[in-house]
Design a binder for this molecule. Structure first.
Ligand SMILES: Nc1ncnc2c1ncn2[C@@H]1O[C@H](COP(=O)(O)OP(=O)(O)O)[C@@H](O)[C@H]1O
Ligand SMILES: [Mg+2]
Length: 244
């Protein structure tokens, strides 16, 4: 059985149908990409999966347990971590302290001593390549660095499944290369990843499978190669500038 299984998930914002009976299965240790034009419902799907928005109908299972409509903290505790499209660290706190907040509030497998927590903070900073920015206030970071900080904070809760919202968007080619290496490193650690990315190049490199949303419905689901050649994908992106 898949680690994450969402069945027939629908979300309506008043009259607007943001998700229409979406089915998603993410197998353990896979990296699944989520593509779709602006407004197709990607972030809404992540909000349902992470407990920030209850679905209008449908169900979500994690590791065989039903998590539909659990509050966000309860879902985080069961092992879903996430980042946001617009990273929002505590701006005045140093990078190190932003990560420490996450580590301190970690409920899955908590760390008992201050020394253990400090070691974990250093380890997470090294994982995302922010060791040399540890004492910098978060507000002074570049976009790429803020995204890496958010990734460290998401990892600090010790997730099983990570939902990543546009980690590679808005970065320089070098920043993207770095993000591709992060995906590889996270996979080596046994994490399962469901990632919204607009870059076909990034997804072709890292994703085992790609799922495409258009106007709230899944229109393609398969190997990146096949999905990128799908005429339905081309149609969905027609007139949209974000596809590459
Ligand atoms: N809180 C909200 N209230 C009303 N409409 C929303 C809300 N959030 C998103 N929407 C609408 O739902 C649709 C899907 O949005 P979203 O999930 O953010 O798409 P994506 O992440 O793919 O760009 C869009 O039409 C958007 O305008
Ligand atoms: Mg979005």
């Amino acid at each position: 059985m898949a680690l994450l299984d969402a069945r027939s998930v629908s979300v309506a914002y008043g009259g607007l149908q943001a998700l229409r009976a979406v089915d998603v299965a993410v197998e353990a240790h896979q990296i699944v990409g989520l593509l779709g034009p602006n407004g197709s419902g990607k972030t809404t799907l992540f909000n349902v999966l992470s407990g920030l928005r209850p679905p209008t109908s449908g169900d979500v299972w994690l590791g065989g347990e039903r998590i539909t409509r659990l509050p966000a903290w309860a879902i985080a505790r069961r092992g879903i971590g996430r980042t946001f499209q617009i990273p929002q660290p505590f701006p005045r706190l140093r990078v190190r302290d932003n990560v420490a907040v996450g580590v301190t509030f970690r409920r899955r497998d908590p760390l008992r001593t201050g020394a253990d927590r400090m070691r974990e903070v250093e380890r997470l900073l090294a994982t995302v390549g922010l060791t040399d920015k540890a004492d910098t206030p978060a507000r002074e970071l570049s976009l790429g660095e803020r995204k890496r900080l958010e990734l460290a904070v998401a990892l600090s809760t010790r997730p099983i499944l990570l939902l990543l919202d546009e980690l590679a968007s808005g970065l320089s080619p070098r920043g993207r290369e770095e993000v591709i290496r992060f995906y590889a490193r996270l996979r080596e650690r046994g994490l399962t990843i469901f990632a919204i990315e607009h870059s076909f190049a990034v997804l072709a490199e890292v994703a085992d499978r790609v799922l495409v949303l258009d106007q709230g419905a899944v229109i393609a689901d398969g190997a990146p190669r096949d999905v990128f050649q799908s005429p339905r994908l081309a149609r969905a992106y027609l007139g949209d500038e974000e596809g590459e």
